[in-house]
Design a protein around this ligand. Sequence first.
Ligand code: MRU
Length: 375
Amino acid sequence: MADQYAHEAAPDERPALRALRWEEPPDGPVVVLLDQTRLPAEEVELVCADVPALVRAIQTLAVRGAPLLGITGAYGVALAAVRGHDVAAAALLLERSRPTAVNLALGVRLALAAYRAAAEQGTEQAARAALAAARELHRRDARASSRMAGHGLAFLDELFPGGGHRILTHCNTGALVSGGEGTAFAVALAAHRAGRLRGLWVDETRPLLQGARLTAYEAARNGMPYTLLTDNAAGSLFAAGEVDAVLIGADRIAADGSVANKVGSYPLAVLAKYHHVPFVVVAPTTTIDLDTLDGAAIVVEQRAEHEVTEVTAPRPSAGGGGAGVAVAPPGTRAYNPAFDVTPPELVTAIVTEEGTLSPVTGVGVAELCARSRQV
Ligand code: MRU
């Protein structure tokens, strides 16, 4: 079925996507984001000159995805520092802007620690130290991305020697969430470049359609064979034997190997188990949080009800807030968790830049972390 229905085109000639960059124009530094609420309709940049603008961008999902949220948080602290704003208050605002992706707090704390460590040398030096920490996190994420792609493809090749892989993915995990080419998507892209991707099944990912709007966009840009499906069509796809592996990212991996990721990941894991299909999580070690002991301790972000009761086109006129078309009667209540938690026993493997953990155990998760901290 994948061969029959997949969309495939030549990779387009546009330069690689850059989700975020730091710039220093004469009137002061800014963080420039590719506004993800406008994709795929248009590639529009959002220029953030202060932390409240960055926080708005984070909360409206103009910038999103765990690794990129970490990078954004770090640059946010640097932005406040270089502009001479209250750095501690800025760090708090950023850290609290979304609760689930641990990378956000990590990025903020890394830049804040660098700022504080250099404080004795004066505020200008301290601000430069925060910026250097943000740049280092950005570079480190790009390196992690290409190493995850290598480990992930090796794992798939081991499971299916010589195979043309048919991969199902959820949400968006590509260049739009990373300093490099992403997490789960980077593995699919590596398979494509190696001539071993038979098809990428892209879940649309309700309610905000990160799959339809962003993953399909990245797949098309890279000339990958992909097919979009509604989230609730995944079951019949498994039943038809059309999925070799599920590859997803993560927002937080607890010490016991529980994985928080975009809502809809857990039902895929249950389906995968029933159909004996490997369920593989691809995430940098910066997404592992040993201080969160298990899945029950992960705070899951609850988002606004209008995201479910309305459908919003990819160009929200008011920064993503309630500009959609109603699809439910007025006054309808909605349940809208942004993430769900998959227990470790449903996860076949966790692929990180430090290698692949399979089976997933708490001891193994701790070892991966220890390895990354030796570097
Ligand atoms: O709400 P979002 O769009 O920020 O959610 C993103 C996801 O759930 C991704 O799958 C996750 O951050 C992993 S990205 C490498």
